[in-house]
Ligand binder design. Structure first.
Ligand SMILES: [Cu+2]
Length: 162
């Protein structure tokens, strides 16, 4: 009984935290699930670096193009903008990638991302010395959230229950 509990706790820990002796700790990676025909979505997580580093590149097999984005105000309108110089991760400070803020933009999706899907995302970090380290995390797809109830009927199309 106790063994089973420990095993499930370990499994839980493994899914929530990235593995390996990395300089950057990745907490709670997730991807927003898509609806039919949607070609882009966002990936989110919390990053904490042990020493000053930068997130310089992100890759994922589910997307043809992956970019790092930030939200900026442009004439009172919030817009997304690609971060081309990398996202800096100061030592010991948690940097949050979340909706409405920094995010990983997955574009040119090869197929729909369904809630519960596990999406591999490879993060490439560069230290101040220019050393690169990559880390693969498994982001779980979550449903659209509050907007879900208002989603068009098309989103449910093709979902047959037997
Ligand atoms: Cu974006």
């Amino acid at each position: 009984m106790k063994k089973v509990l420990i095993a499930s706790l370990l499994a839980l820990a493994a899914s929530a935290w990235a593995q390996g002796p990395a300089n950057v700790e990745v907490k709670d990676p997730w991807v927003r699930a898509t609806v039919a025909q949607q070609k882009a979505t966002g990936a989110f997580m919390q990053l904490t670096a042990k020493t000053d580093t930068r997130l310089v590149e992100v890759k994922s097999p589910v997307a043809g193009v992956v970019e790092l984005h930030e939200m900026v105000m442009d004439k009172d309108v919030m817009k997304m903008r690609a971060i081309t110089t990398g996202l800096s991760l100061p030592a010991g400070k948690a940097v949050e990638l979340k909706p409405g803020s920094y995010h990983v933009m997955l574009m040119d999706l090869k197929g729909p991302v369904k809630a519960g899907d596990v999406v591999p995302v490879t993060l490439v970090f560069e230290s101040q010395g220019g050393q690169r380290e990559s880390l693969e995390v498994k982001a779980t797809a979550r449903p659209l959230g509050p907007a879900m109830g208002a989603a068009p009927a098309a989103a449910d199309h093709g979902k047959h229950k037997h």
